[in-house]
Design a binder for this molecule. Structure first.
Ligand code: FAD
Length: 435
């Protein structure tokens, strides 16, 4: 079968490799860089900066408690951005080889679609498809505020030349929190301006407070703010002017323009798909950020895989029941989204263990915690929020355990490495102590 996939981010690339390995004639088309936003602008950039940020904060803490006596290391910002770019280049080379080694034809250029002729056009060349998979991802959402088009977005982070003295972040989600954590650890004074609540997706005011007071340095969060204007050096709000370099963290919008006249879109511009990832055009499927939803790399991959399997004649639905998410801060803030997350039951708070990355903060009472909502009659775990080092590793295993039918009292013979994330699982077994 001739399959064309547009977009070589997490959704498109894995689908392309899978289909090629199964013997299909697969063309993967990418306008910019293989790896999509995840490698080139988003997840990997946050991850790289966060490592530097945690190093600086740890050094500061070691100095504070007197176990090192030299100055906190100084960063070379342009060296950081330069090395991130160099590393991305290397990863792009590796994953290009990985992709084409499966038999995928990788084409560089901006694609457009002619659905009547069933071809995708790139640089005057035409690629026939029996089935087309759209994985064109998303781009920064620029709010309708005067001057917003001049503000920075996540796409510009690697172009910044020096750490801003003052940074004003507009938005209240993960990206706002992560860049506040990163730039404040490097010396910026940060203001976060939220239209409503900060981190409303974690839906826990105690944790919001913990994050602001214990995990974000030199950061002021302003909630329920109305913004009237953005200038080169400030944001004008209903509470006055806040000065600083302006970074928009106001979400993303789907890159759906190339099929807007061919398939149905929702009112936000996301491609509408059925539960098998098929659009309103039976030969066109879509997956990843371009269909909206959870906007994460693993979810995009899962959707891309479901779409390609359906294209190849299976009936696969992505599983949106329990989706682990993390905000990367000095400790990972990991939480669950999905159709099976619920607040039914008793919520208990388990103290964070002392161990890697938390031992040296124990005397400062900054060990984090895990909250679990457990149905006391059935022992089912209905929700988890963990603010601890490595909770981004522990939470997906908890989800796997829950999906496999494990209950809160089922961790008896579960062996891990100590010290690591073992506190979270083991304390679950003994949760009644904490009621
Ligand atoms: C700041 C930030 C941090 C994030 N951090 C994380 C994280 O830590 N963990 C996580 O799981 N998720 C994170 N995400 C979300 C994650 O990056 C996305 O959910 C994921 O990249 C979506 O994958 P995708 O394949 O759908 O789209 P994308 O990664 O956006 O890739 C789409 C690709 O399609 C290409 N394309 C678009 N139009 C065309 C065209 N006409 N022709 C050819 N090619 C085209 C684009 O160039 C792009 O390469 C983050 C997002 C942001 C903004």
């Amino acid at each position: 079968m001739d399959i064309v996939i547009i977009g070589a981010g997490p959704a498109g690339r894995f689908a392309a490799m899978y289909a090629a390995e199964k013997g299909n004639n697969v063309t993967l088309i990418e306008e910019k860089h293989i790896g999509g936003k995840c490698l080139n602008q988003a997840c990997m950039v946050v991850c790289a900066f966060s490592d530097v940020s945690r190093h600086l904060l740890d050094a500061e803490n070691f100095m504070d408690i007197g176990i090192i006596d030299e100055h906190v290391p100084k960063i070379n910002f342009t060296k950081i951005t330069g090395t991130i770019k160099e590393t991305q280049k290397k990863i792009r080379k590796i994953i290009t080889l990985e992709t084409i080694s499966t038999g995928v034809e990788f084409v560089q250029g901006r694609a457009s679609v002619d659905d009547k002729e069933k071809v995708v056009i790139v640089n005057d060349d035409e690629y026939h498809y029996d089935k087309l998979l759209i994985c064109t991802g998303s781009s920064p959402n620029i709010p309708n505020i005067s001057g917003a088009e001049n503000a920075l977005t996540y796409k510009d982070i690697l172009k910044i030349k020096e750490v801003p003295e003052k940074l004003v972040i507009i938005g209240g989600g993960s990206t706002a929190a992560e860049y506040a954590g990163i730039f404040s650890s490097m010396g910026s004074e940060v203001d976060i301006l939220c239209r409503t609540r900060f981190l409303k997706m974690i839906n826990d005011s105690e944790s919001e407070e913990y994050i602001v007071s214990k995990l974000l340095k030199n950061t002021m969060v302003h909630e329920n703010v109305e913004i009237t204007d953005i200038t080169d050096t400030s944001v004008i709000t209903n509470n006055g002017e806040i000065r600083g370099t302006v970074l928009l963290a106001t979400g993303v919008k789907a890159n759906s323009e190339i099929v807007k006249d061919i398939v149905e879109l929702d009112e936000k511009g996301n491609i509408i798909v059925n539960e098998f990832m098929q659009t309103s055009n039976e030969d066109i499927y879509a997956a990843g950020d371009v269909i909206g939803g959870f906007l994460s790399t693993p979810v995009s991959r899962m959707e891309g895989m479901a779409a390609i399997k359906n294209i190849m004649g299976n009936h696969v639905k992505p599983d949106y029941s329990l989706i682990p998410m993390t905000i990367t801060l000095p400790y990972d803030v990991s939480y669950l989204l999905g159709s099976e997350v619920s607040d039914i039951g008793k919520t208990i708070k388990l103290p964070g263990a002392s161990g890697p990355s938390s031992f040296w903060y124990t005397l400062k009472s900054r060990n984090g915690y895990t909250k679990e909502t457990i149905n006391l009659e059935t022992n089912e775990i209905n929700n988890i929020l963990a603010i601890t080092p490595s909770s981004n590793i522990a939470l997906p295993y908890m989800v796997k355990a829950i999906k496999d039918g494990k209950k809160a009292n089922d961790f008896d013979n579960f062996l891990e490495i100590h010290p690591s994330t073992d506190g979270i699982f083991k304390l679950t077994e003994y949760y009644k102590r904490y009621l």
